[in-house]
Design a protein around this ligand. Structure first.
Ligand code: SER
Length: 313
């Protein structure tokens, strides 16, 4: 029997595509999807699925034992905008789920863990352009605080108990198979849905707000490459860069494919969050340690999104 992989949060934006990719690589029966809600048709039909509440460690352990799981990807989180509305709930969910998985690894039930961090870990005092791997990390959002604490806990469990845990600081992720929920970078996904539906979009971020972004294919490849790489000497939640653009620049790239596309701006409280995050990322450490290299440029991303949504609508 091949070593099994469990994806927690497999119905979410990243989880959906991670499951499908890992099933391609490792064989459908070796990748167990799980969530508290049903996933996409593709995920539900292509291999095993378990309903699971990740806040209950014993439920995770049952699934680990049932399938002899060796590797867990914890893709469950409350994102930045929702977290601001309910700080305690976000803190509890984001941290308790991480503790559950780290403890299962410490106690020898699993051999390797993936846990995502984010550009949200940075704050207004961090250098904004080409943000280094090691820099001032003073987040001002609830979500960012949970990511900073999570990075430190991963590092602690590695040092203290030898847990093999790996992590990336994802930029805003753009994809069409599943929608993100409650993030500050969501405009860069919504814009495509509205472009296809209405030919126009009202952005909740200002025209010039540049943020680090990445197409989902690159994000999934980064995740799988990091998990398959030789174990890094010490824990890092790696900066991974790909693209950096503003709503105005993204709209310009969409106009190349849809000349009549129109954008307007009506910034709301999400602007305040975006203003504390980097514009672009220095990912030289990831490049050096495990060979990271992004592949998808802005024009390719725009074409893939419009095409993907056109055929799925
Ligand atoms: N995309 C996330 C958000 O906007 C950041 O990790 O909350």
């Amino acid at each position: 029997m091949g070593a099994k992989t469990l994806i927690l949060g497999s119905s979410g934006q990243i989880g959906t595509e991670l499951v499908l990719r890992l099933r391609e690589i490792r064989g459908s029966e070796n990748v167990i999807a799980s969530d508290i809600r049903k996933g996409s048709y593709e995920v539900m039909e292509s291999g095993p699925f378990e309903f699971l509440d990740v806040t209950h460690k014993d439920e995770i352990l049952e699934v680990i034992q049932k399938y002899e799981v060796k590797e867990v990807y914890l893709m469950v989180a409350i994102l930045s905008v929702i977290a601001e509305k309910n700080p305690k709930k976000a803190w509890e969910l984001n941290m308790n789920t991480l503790f559950n998985v780290l403890e299962l690894a410490r106690d020898g039930h699993i051999e390797r863990v993936f846990w995502p961090s984010s550009i949200a870990v940075f704050g207004p005092d961090t250098p904004r352009v080409n943000t280094p791997q090691d820099t001032i990390i003073k987040p001002t959002t609830v979500y960012g605080i949970s990511k900073q604490a999570g990075e430190n806990w991963c590092s602690y469990y590695e040092r203290k108990y030898g847990v093999d845990v790996r992590s990336l600081r994802y930029p805003g992720l753009i994809s069409y198979k599943a929608t993100p929920g409650g993030g500050t970078t969501d405009y860069a996904v919504e814009i495509f849905h509205e472009a296809v539906k209405r030919g126009s979009y009202v952005s909740f971020l200002k025209a010039g707000t540049k943020l680090p972004m990445m197409y989902m294919d690159d994000a999934i490849r980064a995740t799988v490459e990091l998990m398959e790489a030789e174990r890094p000497a010490t824990f890092h939640s790696y900066n991974v860069g790909a693209l950096s653009f503003s709503p105005e620049e993204l709209a310009g790239a969409i106009k190349k494919q849809m000349p009549d596309f129109k954008i307007a701006y009506n910034p709301d409280s999400r602007q305040e969050i975006a203003d504390t995050w980097p514009e672009s990322i220095d990912d030289s450490r990831a490049r050096k340690d495990w060979g990271w290299e992004p592949r998808v440029d802005l024009d390719t991303l725009v074409r893939s999104m419009l095409l993907g949504l056109h055929f799925s609508s």
